[in-house]
Write a new protein. Structure first.
Length: 112
């Protein structure tokens, strides 16, 4: 509960300060990244908004752009979300060192 309250407070402060807010979830991130409202995210939009998303193991633009047309549509974005969740789940269950959370289990990013 405290974690949710802290996140709410942080986003509220950003909104009130005029600073662009961090997307609440990966799914919400599509709207945050689609700066021109075209329904797709191009490479420059991704570069400009990647920092607004949860930084834990984000896929690269090239990994998301499955059809290679230099833009990510909503289907590709949804696929990237599934990939991100699968990697996070595998990371938590990992017993080897490929996962950054193995070396920092107390890191708040590893608690999600």
């Amino acid at each position: 509960m405290t974690k949710n309250w802290a996140a709410f407070a942080f986003v509220s402060v950003l909104l009130l300060s005029g600073t662009p807010a961090v997307a609440a979830s990966w799914a919400d991130g599509f709207k945050a990244c689609d700066a021109d409202g075209s329904g797709t995210i191009n490479r420059s939009e991704w570069t400009g908004c990647e920092a607004k998303l949860d930084p834990t193991m984000n896929p690269t633009f090239t990994m998301m752009d499955k059809d290679g047309n230099n833009s990510v549509d909503q289907d590709e974005w949804a696929g990237a979300e599934r990939q991100k969740m699968a990697i996070a789940k595998g990371c938590k269950a990992s017993s080897s060192s490929w996962c950054p959370c193995q070396n920092n289990p107390d890191d708040p990013e590893c608690q999600k």
